[in-house]
Design a protein around this ligand. Structure first.
Ligand code: MD3
Ligand code: FE
Length: 199
């Protein structure tokens, strides 16, 4: 896609049902919720995490935390099939040493979007981010290292995996409002899983 960014089209197709089932077990333990942004907004996208560290946003800011503020418990362990999948995808994309310690789930209902942002709260920015898209397709916006400036648009569909590393790691990116539809396996939603090395 761009320097350091590799699209593995349909990479998760065969495994999608098993990956989705692991995600459903996860959200039974750590429910999807709408985080508050530091700017005082409520995100339209619903989020949860698994693994040693999970992403948290509240009026104090964005950060990674070992406990789920909703349950007070540690985030659920990362299911083995998800961990192995992320390592396999990163290896295929040229990052053989990637071991994620966080998996974040983003659920988009039709109309939900994610504004342009950078992911820079992870300690080691040399590690890539592996993203897995399931369900309804979305238009992904991919910009440069500054918020303003041109953006490219890519369609991310069910089973697509993108590995973002190198110079792409700090690029601004976002998701346009998801169009309505009904996916045979996933239903009326888009689910995106991002695997990161945070600690
Ligand atoms: C490029 N998620 O979780 S996936 C996020 O579809 C996030 O839910 C979007 O942006 C989603 O932070 C986009 C593609 C993606 C994910 C992380 C990246 C692209 C990225 C991190 C760095 C650069
Ligand atoms: Fe992001």
């Amino acid at each position: 896609l761009a320097p350091g960014a590799v699209l593995l089209h349909g990479f998760a197709q065969a495994e999608a049902a098993a990956l989705l089932q692991a995600m459903e077990q996860l959200i039974a333990q750590a429910p999807l919720r709408h985080m508050q942004t530091p700017g005082g907004y409520t995100m339209s996208v619903a989020t949860t995490s698994c693994g040693p560290l999970g992403w948290v946003s509240d009026p104090h800011g964005y950060r990674y935390a070992a406990h789920d503020p909703h349950t007070g418990q540690p985030w659920p362990a990362m299911p083995d099939c998800l961990l192995r999948f992320a390592i396999y995808a990163a290896t295929e994309a040229g990052y053989p040493d990637f071991v994620p310690d966080s998996c974040m789930v983003n659920q988009y209902l039709p109309g939900n979007k994610l504004g342009l942002h950078q992911d820079r709260d992870e300690r080691d920015l040399r590690a890539p981010v592996v993203s897995l898209s399931l369900g309804l397709p979305a238009t992904f916006l991919f910009g440069g290292l500054q918020r303003t400036g041109p953006t490219q648009r890519y369609r991310l569909a069910h089973g697509d995996v993108v590995v973002w590393g190198g110079p792409s790691r700090l690029a601004f990116h976002g998701v346009l409002p998801v169009a309505d539809g009904d996916h045979a396996l996933v239903g009326r939603r888009r689910v995106n899983l991002t695997f990161r090395k945070v600690g």
